[in-house]
Design a protein around this ligand. Structure first.
Ligand code: BGP
Length: 465
């Protein structure tokens, strides 16, 4: 027997600033690493994106029509502080006041991500996340500006989007924390440590001064399966889970370095530069809930693969081989999306259960969805039945988790409107609402609800009663 969703359960959808807003140099906005990185000819850049900056009122009207009660978006650091740690840009401050006010006026709870892949370019030039003194100070300053401005209106806050993805693929892909830079493992684990410290100080600031708000990290957490019932493969899956999931959550929630991860870092000379007092900083700060993004699960084995990595084929959802720990492999039991991501709704349930059993904190889903290339049909809509099926299956598992007593606050689908994919252009669409543009042709950027829009609307309505 399945339980009902609580009345105050927040039904939402997500976007991020650099992928949706556009207006990348308008009204005083400074450049972020996303604005300056080289983008393959095939794909559009982020300069116009979905023009959310100019269109947010119309978009919010549609979200209201869909029946959403929450909307998760990120604030662009360089719209607020153009060079990352200097002067504040009034127009940027006003934009987000207007956006938040518009959401509240329409009965939609804002869920704000402080930092989603768009590091200020001038901070990257000063060393970015590798320059501890600079970045910790800058991140804290930026967060304080946001809290002072918006904490009265915004209850739910998210610190850093997908720290684990940025660190895990930071040596393979060039698009996340360094713009066009790839890092070595040493540098990455230092960056990760600096993110832990910066994030802990920001959570502490919130708890000390804004007790009515709640704050959490937003990692990409997934279940990881062994490829066979060989004990070595089971161990490999545990290793992969430590490296992808628990190292991050143990540090953020418990204020500890996971011991298996610590040993791995030590053995490979990747230990970060700990400073005196770091553990106290980590211990003091605890998130109020855990936010996480989930698209797909992963499967691993113990034997080493001998494949050659081609950057074009690398994807943020895939695991890579870590010799001595695990090797990535395909899972033949799962269907795939058009873009090759495994569809695994049971894995969604496994993920929530694992997290709740480990940490006993309420959960919030900040991203879950399916990317597909799409075009308007003759009825000016998109029959995205594949997306509806994806959501139906995942929400069913979510409901099972709630019935089993796992506390879940909110579900935010990725994405509300079509936006630019993080590294595969505008053709890879996730929205409930179609945005009429192609990779390079901006057209009028009109909005058209897809079939999934009406489906989600009905789902939210029915499930409430
Ligand atoms: C997550 C990011 C999002 C989003 C999503 C889909 O990793 O937090 O920003 O992009 O994945 O990925 P993609 O756009 O590459 O398909």
């Amino acid at each position: 027997k399945l339980k009902k969703f609580d009345d105050d359960f927040l039904w939402g959808a997500s976007i991020s600033a650099f992928q949706a807003e556009g207006a990348s140099t308008k009204d005083g906005k400074g450049l972020s690493i996303q604005d300056v990185k080289k983008i393959s000819e095939k794909y559009s850049d982020f300069s116009v994106a979905a023009d959310f900056y100019n269109n947010y009122k119309e978009d919010i009207a549609l979200l209201k029509e869909m029946g959403l009660s929450s909307f998760r978006f990120s604030i662009s650091w360089t719209r607020i502080i153009p060079d990352g740690d200097g002067e504040i840009n009034k127009k940027g401050i006003i934009f987000y006041h207007n956006l938040i006010d518009e959401l509240k006026k329409n009965g939609i709870e804002p869920i704000v991500t402080i930092y989603h892949f768009d590091l200020p370019f001038s901070l990257q030039q000063k060393g970015g996340w590798s320059n501890r003194d600079m970045i910790v100070k800058a991140f804290l300053k930026y967060s304080k500006v946001l809290f002072n401005e918006y904490a009265k209106k915004v209850k739910y806050w998210l610190t850093i989007n997908e720290q684990n993805v940025m660190i895990m693929i930071g040596s393979k892909m060039k698009f996340l924390n360094g713009g066009d830079k790839k890092f070595n493992q040493n540098e990455l684990y230092n960056q990760s440590h600096n993110m832990f410290i910066a994030q802990a100080l920001v959570m502490e600031e919130m708890h000390n001064n804004f007790p009515n708000c709640l704050i959490a990290p937003a990692l990409n957490i997934v279940s990881i399966y062994p490829n066979s019932n060989k004990p070595q493969d089971y161990l490999a899956a545990m290793n992969a889970s430590v490296m992808r999931n628990w190292y991050y959550l143990d540090a953020i929630v418990r204020g500890e370095y996971n011991p298996i991860m610590y040993k791995y870092l030590e053995d490979n000379n990747f230990l970060p530069d700990f400073r005196k007092g770091d553990y106290e900083i980590l211990k003091k700060a605890k998130p109020d809930f855990i936010a996480f993004n989930y698209y797909t699960s992963a499967t691993v084995k113990s034997e080493i693969n001998n494949f050659i990595e081609v950057e074009e084929l690398i994807d943020q959802q895939r695991l890579f081989d870590v010799p001595g720990m695990f090797s990535y492999c395909e899972n033949p039991n799962l269907e795939k999306t058009e873009y090759g991501w495994d569809i695994d709704s049971t894995g969604f349930r496994v993920t929530m259960r694992e997290m709740y059993e480990r940490y006993r904190l309420p959960l919030m889903i900040t991203e879950n969805g399916l990317g597909h290339s799409e075009q308007l049909n003759e009825n000016n809509t998109v029959d995205d039945d594949y997306r509806i099926q994806y959501y139906e299956k995942h929400l069913n598992e979510l409901r099972k988790c709630i019935s089993e007593g796992i506390k879940i606050i909110s579900y935010n689908a990725w994405t509300a409107i079509d936006i630019v994919s993080s590294h595969q252009g505008f053709s890879k669409r996730y929205g409930f609402i179609y945005v009429d543009r192609t990779e390079k042709d901006l057209k009028e950027m009109k909005r058209y609800p897809k079939k999934s829009f009406y489906w989600y609307k009905e789902y939210i309505k029915k499930i409430k009663y």
